[in-house]
Design a protein around this ligand. Structure first.
Ligand code: CO8
Length: 258
């Protein structure tokens, strides 16, 4: 598939999508989000791929939605097109884990895109922010909701109201990112993490993703019941038999996603 705004690569069981609009610091326009949605869906359907990595350039993961594309639009355009909704919602249907590898700016829609991934590993140069307030608007692809759940109301409110940026240290302290690594090691560290996940049972990996995400959508009691039923269901898989047998026999398990 020929893409113009992203670069897609595969390495064994890991599929990588690199945002590639260097002239606009990877600003998200309709074409990019369309291509991203297609690439993610293709990786999700590809049996060889077990983990997906989403990244940008050294200078920018993505500096936001493309202001130049949005500038001329009015309410009727945005509302009737339901701008960006189909593309971003399709990303949420991906069942394999998506790791965001963030270096440089992750602002506005860029920060929101990173938060739509399953977790974020960032370089020590990363800068996160929701600067939409400076443009007379607010976040529009989940920023007010996801940042608040990730870092709490006080910091989220301050970030959205002032538009200030948060550096990597602050992002890690606040729980926005799982880990910071030196910029030069970002992709090798993220690939190591992705490879580690790709060695697990793909069925258990999908179950983890569903169960953790469910914690945002439901009560504690319902979430725990959901988790227990998935736990029970995994006992119908060959991977559970293999994983437990390998432990007992002191050998490395070979998971086949069956
Ligand atoms: N949109 C379009 N172009 C951009 C964007 C952007 N978000 N960010 C940077 N660019 C372009 C610049 O215009 C510039 O292009 P040119 O060379 O043609 O002038 C090029 O990228 C390089 O940028 P700078 O020269 O500004 O680079 P600096 O290193 O000086 O500054 C910054 C880097 C601080 C990141 C600066 O570029 C900046 O502030 N960018 C805008 C950040 C921003 O406001 N982001 C939020 C956008 S709004 C948004 O994301 C809403 C999301 C919700 C959408 C919901 C739809 C339903």
């Amino acid at each position: 598939m020929g893409y113009e705004t992203i670069i897609v690569e595969t390495d064994e069981h890991v599929g990588t999508v690199r945002l590639n609009r260097p002239e606009a610091l990877n600003a998200l326009n309709s074409q990019l989000l369309e291509e991203l949605a297609k690439a993610l869906a293709a990786f999700d359907r590809n049996d060889k791929i077990r983990v997906i990595v989403l990244t940008g350039s050294e200078k920018a993961f993505a500096a936001g939605a493309d202001v130049k594309e949005m500038a001329e639009k009015n309410f009727v355009d945005m509302f009737s097109e339901d701008f960006f909704t189909a593309q971003t919602e399709s990303m949420l249907r991906v069942r394999k884990p998506i790791i965001a590898a963030v270096s440089g700016y992750a602002l506005g829609g860029g920060c929101e895109l990173a938060m739509m991934c399953d977790f974020i590993i960032c370089s020590d140069t990363a800068k996160f922010g929701q600067p939409e307030i400076n443009l007379g608007v607010i976040a529009g692809i989940g920023g007010t909701q996801r940042l608040t759940r990730l870092v709490g109301k006080s910091k989220s409110m301050e970030m959205h109201l002032t538009g200030r940026m948060m550096d990597a240290e602050e992002a890690e302290r606040a729980g926005l990112v799982s880990r910071i690594v030196p910029a030069k090691d970002l992709m090798s560290e993220v690939m190591k993490t992705a490879e580690k996940i790709s060695e697990k049972s793909p069925l258990a990996v999908m179950a983890v993703k569903e169960a953790v995400n469910r914690s945002y959508e439901t009560t504690l009691r319902e979430g725990i019941l959901f988790e227990r039923r998935l736990f029970n269901a995994l006992f119908a898989t060959e991977d559970q038999t293999e994983g437990m047998a390998a432990f007992v026999e002191k050998r490395t398990p070979q998971f086949r996603g069956k």
